[in-house]
Design a protein around this ligand. Structure first.
Ligand code: XCC
Ligand code: SF4
Length: 628
């Protein structure tokens, strides 16, 4: 897969896109084309609708047009406010996901439903919850309660901030971004960006950072940790990926969205002998569950469930004509699915009160009756098998990879080397040694979505390959992870793309050169890994030869992630410019000046080859400063 200049570099996607064209079915690419030219004011962040006197827009091209909003808000104020609101929305989405997982843990009444007891007790200990004389269910309830308290507690900072290196915690306190309760910080962005409130762009961004921090070091981290406790901490396993994982003779169920609570139940229900029998009675050979987007990542990491594809493949999955039901929960679900399912037999089933879609069947998920509801949903799919219309068209394309690299899995993997050298196990020492010696130059997280402004998957994959050949280890989450596994970058064969140093490390540790660390909330795993490495060398995250990249990002969540990463000391490269270009001050602040405060900054670069060069230069720079 090379950067070919077409809409996608994924063969299965190309094939079904052609099918869509032939059948006159509209996809995301068609709608993007119809949208051109896109609004310049919006693109630059210069349109304000924050009050009833508006909408107001600032005209940049000529001095004759308005240079301030009706209230007098400048371009700096308007751009910063719009950016902050996006960040707050992103942080809200991730955090509310975390809250739902905490609620699920709270309602557990049977010890058997807790898959990682060790992690539960570790977290209880970290949070100062006494466990003596309490049974597992009781401890789970108290941990869940503490987590829920993080959203609305009256006093005190986020508990997970303490996981950062000491220097970083001090810096956050000094710069006024050590966040308090999650809901409070998000509400504060909405308040301070209300008409006639904060007009100082630097202060608006400071508050946006406080909200972003409640994502990575708050709701996302709660989501990850509590999901591991409930459903198990991911460990390495093989998985198949791409639309070719759908099976013609089977009842195909695609679970799509983000929260693992529903999909976990669906995975169990689909194995229910009664339902499998029913599927056979309908003429199918069995039931095949596949995952899409971050839900796909969650169940692939924990159960090896095949990964059907990423954000830009959701419409195409239905066009195979082989999907009996697409079951969705929250986030990144295109409303267009309801339109497309009309042309096929596929049932679109919404399950969250937060995300209903006109034209879909709504079966509300309830954690307390999870198995019952999951069975009902699976039955709907099974009974739909006989309604297939026309020809089934499943692309052959699928690849294989090894995924499931949680922090615990990485440490375990590293222990293989530690033990042979008689070093203490359970540390990041081997990783630090490899980086210090220069065998590994550094590490980069490639994360985020698909966006029509970039060729689908191509930027993720090209960037990853460019980094691998420079001996830079890649970790990935979200739709970037789907792109990499589909391109074969999580197989042993991918060592052929690596420089000599990285290839040796991969062989020694028996790992692929691109490590799948999970869904987008699981970027919190990367924060903890970075913190562990920084603590090990007695420094700060901003000292490390690392970077992050979101070459095809589109969601507000991605903006929140980018901002908390920058505030955590990471250099963050974006392949698509956020809507801040309308204010030179805001753009310069985010891409330059902010580095002197937090040690991290944004970089905008759409070309993945140039992006790799910039990232590599950044990494070499950090190495020099570390004297390695
Ligand atoms: Fe959504 Fe998480 Fe983006 Fe993919 S990567 S398009 S946010 S599914 Ni998070
Ligand atoms: Fe216009 Fe100011 Fe109202 Fe925004 S807040 S719409 S700039 S008057």
């Amino acid at each position: 897969m090379e950067n070919c200049g077409c809409i996608t570099c994924d063969a299965a996607t190309k094939e079904l896109y052609e099918k869509a064209k032939n059948e006159g079915i509209e996809t995301v690419w068609d709608r993007a084309r119809a949208m051109q030219p896109q609004c310049g004011f919006g693109e630059m962040g210069l349109c304000c609708t924050n009050c009833g006197m508006g909408p107001c827009r600032i005209v940049k091209v000529s001095k004759d047009g308005p240079q301030a909003g009706i209230c007098g808000a400048t371009e700096d104020t308007i751009v910063a406010r719009n950016f902050a609101r996006s960040v707050a929305a992103g942080a809200a989405a991730h955090s509310d996901h975390g809250r739902d997982i905490a609620l699920a843990l709270y309602h557990v009444d049977d010890k058997a439903r807790i898959k990682d007891e060790e992690k539960l007790f570790k977290l209880a200990d970290e949070w100062g919850i006494t466990v003596e004389g309490k049974d597992t269910v009781q401890v789970a309830k108290e941990v869940a309660e503490k987590a829920l308290g993080e959203f609305g507690k009256v006093f005190g900072n986020l508990l997970f901030l303490k996981r950062a290196p000491e220097k970083r915690i001090k810096l956050w306190e000094e710069t006024g971004v050590a966040s308090e309760a999650i809901d409070k910080e998000i509400v504060r962005v909405l308040h301070s960006t209300h008409m006639g409130c904060d007009a100082d762009y630097r202060n608006i961004i400071r508050q946006a950072i406080r909200a972003a921090m409640t994502d990575g070091w708050g709701g996302s981290m709660i989501g990850t940790e509590l999901s591991d406790i409930l459903f198990g901490t991911p460990m390495p396993k093989k998985v198949e990926a791409n639309l070719g994982v759908l099976k013609k003779e089977y009842v195909n169920i695609v679970v799509h969205g983000h929260e693992p609570t529903l999909s976990e139940a669906i995975v169990v229900a689909a194995r229910d002998p009664e339902l499998v029998e029913l599927a056979k009675k309908q003429g199918a050979e069995g039931i095949n569950v596949a995952g899409m987007c971050c839900t796909g990542n969650e169940i692939a990491m924990r159960h090896g469930i095949p990964m059907a594809g990423n954000f830009f493949q959701q419409e195409l999955a239905i066009m195979t004509g082989a999907v009996e039901a697409m079951i969705v929960d929250v986030q990144c679900i295109m409303p267009s699915l309801a339109t497309i399912t009309k042309c096929y037999h596929t049932k679109l089933i919404t399950t969250s009160p937060k995300a209903k879609i006109p034209g879909a069947t709504h079966i509300e998920f309830d954690e307390q009756k999870s198995f019952e509801i999951a069975k009902r949903i699976v039955k709907e799919a099974v009974m739909n098998f006989k309604n297939r219309k026309g020809e089934v068209h499943i692309p052959d394309e699928k690849s294989e990879g090894r995924i499931g690299y949680s922090l615990e899995a990485i440490i375990k993997t590293l222990d293989r080397v530690t033990n042979t050298h008689a070093h203490p196990s359970g540390t990041v020492k081997p990783l630090v040694d490899a980086i210090k010696s220069g065998v590994l130059r550094g590490a980069v997280a490639i994360v985020g979505c698909n966006n029509h402004k970039q060729p689908h998957d191509s930027c993720h994959v090209t960037l990853a390959k460019e980094l691998l050949k420079r001996d830079i280890l890649v970790v990935t989450t979200g739709c970037g992870a789907h792109a990499c596994v589909k391109a074969g970058l999580m197989s042993d064969d991918a060592r052929k793309y690596c420089g000599k140093g990285l290839a040796t490390v991969c062989e020694l540790l028996d790992i692929p050169p691109v490590l799948h660390m999970g869904s987008c909330v699981d970027i919190s795993r990367i924060l903890v890994l970075l913190s562990e490495v920084a603590k090990y060398i007695g420094g700060d995250i901003s000292d490390l030869p690392v970077a992050a990249a979101a070459p095809e990002w589109m969601s507000e969540k991605a903006q929140a992630i980018g901002l908390y990463a920058v505030a955590s000391g990471v250099y963050v490269l974006l392949g698509v410019a956020p809507a801040v270009t309308g204010s030179e001050n805001v753009a310069t602040y985010l891409t330059k000046d902010i580095e002197s405060v937090f040690g991290g900054r944004f970089e905008i670069e759409s070309d993945p080859v140039k992006a790799a060069e910039k990232i590599a230069a950044h990494i070499e720079n950090k190495r020099k400063r570390l004297g390695i």
